[in-house]
Every structure is written in C-alpha cells, then in structure tokens.
Design a binder for this molecule. Structure first.
Ligand code: 5GP
Length: 171
C-alpha cells in the first residue's frame, strides 16, 4: 500500500475545511452536518471536533446500485435522517466525489426538504472521473484516478480504520 495522504496532512486540511465551512455561514445560525455513511464517518468525526458550538449532526446511508446500472444515477437510500431539514443551514459531509452521481442524488433529495441553504464538503475529489456536473463547495484534496482506501474508505469493508489514505497495491 502506498500512502497518498498521511494523517498529519489530512488533519491539517480538515481543520482548514472546518474554518471554511464556518466562514461560509457567518452569524449564529446552527450548522447542521449530514454525514454520508459509511465512508464519511471519520471525516465527519474530525470535522465536527474542529468546529465550534453551532454544530449539530445527523447521518444518512446510501449505496450505489450495481456497476451496470450506475450510469442511471440510481442510488439506494439505506438509512434516512432522524430529523427534518426545513429552514436549516445544511452541509453534506462525504468521503469522495468520483462520477458525482451519488452526490447529485443526495443533493436532490435533501434540497427537496427545504433547507435554508445546502452546501457540500468532500474530503477527496477525482475530477477526471466526473460524469455529472455536481457542485461541491468544499474539497479537501483533488486526486488522480486511483482506488484509495483508509480514513473511512474501504476495500471490501476493510481499511476504513486507517488514519491515512493509501492507494491499494497494483493500482
Ligand atoms: P460517485 O457516485 O461519485 O461515482 O461515487 C461516490 C462513491 O463511490 C463514494 O462515496 C465511495 O463510496 C465510492 N468510491 C469512489 N471512488 C472510491 C475510491 O477510490 N475508493 C473507495 N474506497 N471508494 C470509492
């Protein structure tokens, strides 16, 4: 496994992203973070610890359909949010934006719940893989088209616990 982003580099960037998000929502409004399970759990945990007392959070779980139907953009909702979003300042917290299909789906269903505003924070982005033009206001790192694991991201459910991001051997 080759380390692409070490733990220190990730932690420093997550702190910057936390400050960016707070600056985007000036004032005293609560900032409601929606973490996307499972991949986004570690990013979410570090992000909220770098933010002030205005933060509340919830989780949603989605799973992409089989590769063959992926171009349809269909995504399965596995776990919905516990509370509504009406009138709230919401930020989606996702691990990685690849084709953009998952985030497009999430943004569409969450926007339909009438938040006061909706932004998206993604730790990683693979711009060369994008098939839909999705807007992500906060991006941690843009990376090449390599399959990465660690810091929440898995390969067959393994490696999510690594504190760094690595490229699997053979990639
Ligand atoms: P998209 O819908 O943008 O194509 O895909 C987003 C999802 O694909 C991510 O939430 C993640 O679950 C998965 N994904 C995309 N690239 C990678 C990668 O390099 N490593 C891992 N572990 N998952 C990835």
């Amino acid at each position: 496994m080759n380390i692409l982003l070490d733990a220190e580099t990730i932690q420093a960037r997550v702190k910057e992203l936390a400050a960016e998000i707070e600056a985007a929502y000036p004032g005293t409004d609560e900032i409601h973070l929606v973490g996307v399970l499972k991949g986004g759990f570690m990013f979410m945990a570090d992000l909220v610890r770098a933010m002030g007392p205005r933060v509340t959070l919830d989780f949603i779980a989605v799973s992409s359909y089989a590769q063959s139907t992926r171009s349809s953009g269909e995504v399965r909702l596995l776990k919905d949010l516990d509370t509504g979003l009406e009138g709230r300042r919401v930020v989606i917290v996702e691990d990685i934006v690849d084709t953009g299909l998952t985030l497009t789906y999430l943004q569409d269903i969450l926007r339909a719940r009438s938040p006061k505003s909706l932004r998206t924070a993604c730790l990683l982005s693979k711009p060369s893989r994008r098939t839909v033009d999705v807007i992500v206001e906060h991006i941690g790192f843009s990376i090449e088209d390599k399959f990465v694991v660690g810091y929440g991201l898995d390969f067959a459910e393994k490696y999510r616990n690594l504190p760094y991001i690595a490229v699997l051997d053979g990639e």
